[in-house]
Design a protein around this ligand. Structure first.
Ligand code: ZN
Length: 1013
């Protein structure tokens, strides 16, 4: 699966929630959230994160079609809401006043910390069947292994109008041990008839007893017949299920045609635990089986499945039934089916696979880029892995409502529209990169994940780490001129290190014992750290790395694997680096089983370098430093004598030392390929800063990325004073490379964010002056220039620099952007894709209600998913109280704002202090409704909590937040702990650095000018 993001945004935030291709250091989270919502900004690659693993999702429908009872409940809610609205208005006004007069806002807020919802504890209880009071015959979270499924035949008759389906599933299985019960996963099904038969025999037994365990989503059937070891059986289940707009299981999605007609389609999303919501099954990745399907449809619709249609017949009532061939052996979470009126374009790869892109009929013209990319990358992967794609066809489908970015169902990959459709007229270069990236990611899963699947979710990184690496590798193979790998260290490595700098992170391979933990595994560690470790291993081992990976894929094809299987396969191929399998095994083991990111402290005295490794964490005021082990760190360094050719050393001990010749500077972690931070001593920093100020291009762009990260992180933790960090940053006036710049703006943004949250308005104004001063030369070199005169990287930089300067309220930037807005609004002149978000946000900055209303109407009426995203993420940045409350209400209604966009709306609402405070309050008040849409451990919920809490900088409020999480029974969750820790880290930073920076700003303010050169 891949995450969702808003590709057009500048800078990233890379809280842990970051997904693929994001930028930014931990710092960034905050950075996004500029107070003046109005301000345009740089919320780069991400965030809008959405939920991914949709487990336990809504068991009833969402709000698109409310029932009578929901309506009456909602009326009650609305009354309650209006009541709270009054208090909310009071706080809002209070806040604004306090911002203006420079007071803290806490007092105002604290008077309104009223009622939390009643406690709701989610601890696993003993499984009892609620209807009979009988204990459930199996008390484990994971299924018993006494029955092994072989194949499923699924029959589905969906009724999209009545929002339900009739179904039958027949499962052939064998008994590995004698047992009384057949135990399956199932959620939300009503069973009409269940019978057990013998394979190859007509004998049948109807079910005698049915017991449910709702905690573990299991059902147990007992027949008048013991199931004997070694026998083969068939269970046939006739049942009903409901179709909802829940984004999980078998669910509904709707869209508007250009002629205004609304169309509803049926589609699926099963990873991680939602196949059980569509049909009863052995819903664990290791229970692989073959699946076939028969599906009833209206004659005007078509159906899709993992395999092609074998036959179509007439069905009762003038309907049709499509029968599909059987899949290869695979896990339940990879099954998918769709019933829709979509159209397709197709082509055949060199390897003979028929590739089709499906979309709603009005968007079929935007599928061309995806079709070419998919064909090319599928061929390239077949060659690289030397294993043919085993299915006859590969469909890629753009689904209007989709929680994640995309999902790798075998042969039927589903995408958000923004991750698959590309229109050269309205998509930016970053939008295009995003489409290519997601296709490369999902198609690599056809091998990593689909062909060889992790045994259990604790090794999810085997799927997602590889796919997150392959998304770069794949794009680079097809579009080498894009130089896509250049962004890897600024985006993926940075995002990984952010989460890994917390004491509440986890190792790549990590025990998973309940469904919430499964959801939490879909995080920056499994994705970004997984990819970063693969990058480092490949660099260390060389080409043999892929030989080992090929062996791993071959050996475990159509089966499951664990972390150790990969370690063994890769280690066996590493012949030249060390010659000793144990060395490489120990190295990979350390990186996959130790939590955290190491920092290597380097000191240079005379000609002797001393290095010492330890675990890096940001100080949060506590003394809780978890125990750690020793990493096997592939150290590399370059010097002025050999600036591009690295010297290598393997650090397996806590500390070590070695001699170097006399050098003018020495830079560690060449190209930031190693997964570690570097802490230089003061003298070494001085040497590096001098070189940067004289000629920064002596260092590669990736080395500059690495220096930027290490310098700003050193400043944050007090190892480099901020005066020196700003001296370092002055080189940025000459920086013209994309990756170093986006990372630098992210780090600079952290300071801005802290000044904002700490209500240091005067310092913030000076800081804006400082940052715009640094970037003025680049702004005038690139901003608003004609596309055709710029290279691809310059184009990426162009939108980045424009967005940045507008976000720091650089007047010439805001004026030009707003003129473009007026031209769009008044004369219907198209806004260039590269600037669209900046232009919308400049209008928010301008703060006219009529502009806001115009954008809202455009949002409601557009059928273009990209435009819709860009509008929503801008209008949410308003500081207008009525509009903030209106958007919150709209989010709950779910009619104009799709539930897939809820978390991105909340992210933009928290971009300023007015919206931030109101939104955290709103989230607490409507917690139960929001977690129905986005399960508590989902990506969306993690993002919502993080962004709400990042507007806090007060110990008292953390205590309040902790009490709230406790009342919801989620105070033990890792992401909750990480978020609270992050707030404490911010508080520490503010205490230690805010006034020092304030003084520095005041001393230097008069030397900064941002005039046109
Ligand atoms: Zn994935």
């Amino acid at each position: 699966m891949s995450w969702h993001r808003i590709p057009d945004h500048e800078n990233s935030e890379e809280d842990e929630t970051i997904m693929m291709t994001s930028v930014g250091e931990d710092d960034t989270t905050a950075h996004l959230l500029r107070e003046d919502a109005s301000v345009v900004h740089r919320r780069e690659l991400i965030t809008n994160i959405n939920n991914m693993s949709l487990r336990r999702r809504l068991r009833e429908g969402m709000r698109s079609r409310p029932s009578l009872s929901t309506l009456s409940k909602r009326a009650k809610e609305e009354r309650k809401y209006k009541y709270s609205l009054v208090s909310v208005l009071v706080i809002g006004i209070c806040l604004i006043m306090m911002v203006n007069i420079g007071l803290g806002y806490r007092k105002c807020e604290s008077t309104n910390e009223e009622m939390y919802h009643p406690p709701e504890i989610h601890k696993l209880k003993q499984c009892i069947d609620s209807a009979t009071g009988l204990p459930f015959p199996w008390q484990n979270y994971r299924l018993p292994t006494n029955l092994l499924p072989e194949d499923y035949h699924i029959f589905l008759h969906p009724n999209l109008t009545l929002q339900k389906y009739t179904a039958q599933v027949a499962i052939n299985f064998s008994a590995d041990k004698t047992t009384d019960y057949v135990i399956l996963h199932s959620r939300g099904h009503t069973f009409k008839r269940v019978q057990l038969g013998f394979q190859n025999s007509k004998e049948k037994h109807l079910v005698k007893q049915t017991l449910h365990c709702s905690n573990n989503e299991m059902v147990a059937f007992k027949f008048g017949q013991v199931l004997n070891q070694g026998q083969n059986y068939q269970i046939v289940l006739d049942f009903y299920g409901n179709l909802t707009f829940s984004l999980g299981g078998f669910y509904l999605s709707k869209y508007k045609r250009n002629n205004g007609k609304e169309v509803v389609i049926g589609t699926t999303q099963f990873e991680s635990l939602d196949a059980r919501a569509a049909f009863p099954c052995f819903d664990e990745p290791a229970f692989k089986a073959n699946f076939s399907l028969s599906m009833v449809r209206e004659p005007s619709f078509k159906t899709l499945f993992n395999m092609p249609i074998e036959s179509t017949n007439d069905y009762e009532g003038g309907l049709k039934i499509d029968n599909f061939g059987s899949t290869v052996k695979m896990s339940t979470y990879l099954v998918a089916f769709i019933v829709s009126d979509f159209q397709n374009v197709s082509n055949v790869t060199a390897g003979g696979v028929e590739v089709s892109i499906y979309s709603s009929p009005d968007k079929i013209s935007e599928t061309e880029f995806a079709l070419k990319m998919a064909c090319d990358v599928l061929d390239a992967y077949e060659n690289l892995f030397n294993i043919p794609f085993p299915l006859p066809k590969m469909d890629l489908v753009a689904v209007p409502d989709f929680a994640a970015g995309a999902m790798e169902n075998w042969g039927l990959v589903t995408y958000r529209e923004t991750a698959l459709l590309y229109n050269p007229a309205t998509s930016s270069i970053k939008d295009q990169e995003w489409v290519a990236t997601v296709i490369a990611h999902e198609l690599s899963h056809q091998w990593f994940g689909n062909l060889v699947t992790m045994e259990w979710w604790n090794d999810l990184w085997l799927n997602e780490g590889f796919a997150s690496y392959m998304e770069y590798y794949g794009v680079d193979m097809i579009h080498p001129k894009w130089k896509f790998f250049a962004d890897f260290s600024a985006t993926t490595v940075t995002a990984a290190m952010t989460q890994d700098s917390s004491q509440f992170t986890h190792a790549l391979s990590f025990p998973v014992t309940d469904s919430r933990k499964v959801d939490e595994m879909f995080d920056s560690i499994s994705y970004n750290k997984g990819a970063s470790i693969i990058m480092m291993l490949k660099d260390f081992i060389g080409d043999e790395f892929f030989d080992g990976v090929r062996d791993y894929l071959m050996k475990h094809a159509y089966g499951n694997a664990e972390n150790q299987d990969l370690v063994a396969a890769v280690a066996a191929r590493d012949t030249d680096n060390n010659g000793d399998i144990q060395v490489i095994k120990a190295m990979i083991n350390a990186w996959t089983t130790l939590a955290g990111v190491p920092i290597v402290k380097v000191t240079l005295k005379d000609n002797k370098v001393s290095v010492e490794q330890s675990r890096f964490m940001y100080p949060d005021g506590s003394q809780n430093l978890p125990e750690t082990g020793l990493w096997h760190i592939p150290l590399t360094y370059v010097t002025n004598i050999s600036p591009q050719k690295a010297t290598r050393k393997l650090l397996t001990q806590k500390s070590s030392s070695f001699d170097v010749p006399k050098v003018e500077w020495i830079k560690f972690n060449h190209n930031r390929v190693g997964y570690y931070r570097v802490a230089y001593d003061k003298g070494m920093w001085n040497m590096l800063i001098n070189q940067l100020s004289q000629d920064h291009e002596v260092f590669s762009a990736s080395d500059r990325v690495s220096l930027i990260s290490d310098a700003f992180v050193a400043a944050r933790v007090g190892n480099l004073n901020y005066q020196d960090a700003f001296r370092f940053a002055s080189y940025l006036q000459s920086e013209k490379d994309y990756a170093p710049l986006i990372l630098a703006t992210t780090h600079l943004g952290y300071i801005d964010e802290m000044l904002k949250v700490g209500l240091k308005e005067e310092q913030r104004r000076m800081y804006e002056k400082y940052v715009t001063y640094i970037f003025t030369p680049l702004y005038y070199e690139l901003a608003w220039k004609n596309k055709t005169s710029l290279s691809r990287m310059q184009l990426k930089l162009q939108s980045t620099i424009v967005s940045l300067m507008c976000s720091y309220k650089y007047e010439p930037c805001l004026t030009t952007a707003y003129a473009k807005f007026r031209n769009w609004k008044e004369n219907n002149v198209l806004i260039e894709a590269e600037y669209m978000t900046t232009v919308f946000q400049s209008a928010i900055h301008h703060n006219l209600v009529e502009d806001w209303d115009f954008m809202w109407n455009a949002f409601v009426n557009t059928t273009d998913a990209l435009l819709s995203n860009k509008l929503l993420s801008s209008i949410g940045m308003t500081t207008n109280l009525q509009k903030i409350i209106f958007l919150q209400e709209e989010m709950l209604k779910g009619e104009n704002i799709r539930s897939q966009s809820a978390s991105s709306l909340i992210v933009s609402l928290t971009s300023n202090m007015v919206g931030g405070s109101l939104t955290w309050r709103f989230v607490k008040q409507h917690w139960d409704e929001i977690v129905k849409l986005h399960p508590v451990a989902s990506f969306a919920m993690r993002s919502i909590v993080l962004h709400c809490l990042t507007t806090i900088l007060d110990e008292g409020e953390i205590v309040g937040a902790e009490a709230f999480f406790k009342s919801k029974g989620i105070d033990d969750m890792q992401y909750v702990k990480r978020t609270l820790e992050k707030v404490r880290i911010n508080i520490q930073w503010f205490k230690q650095h805010a006034s020092v920076i304030g003084k520095w700003l005041k001393q230097n303010e008069n030397s900064w000018h941002s005039d046109r050169p």
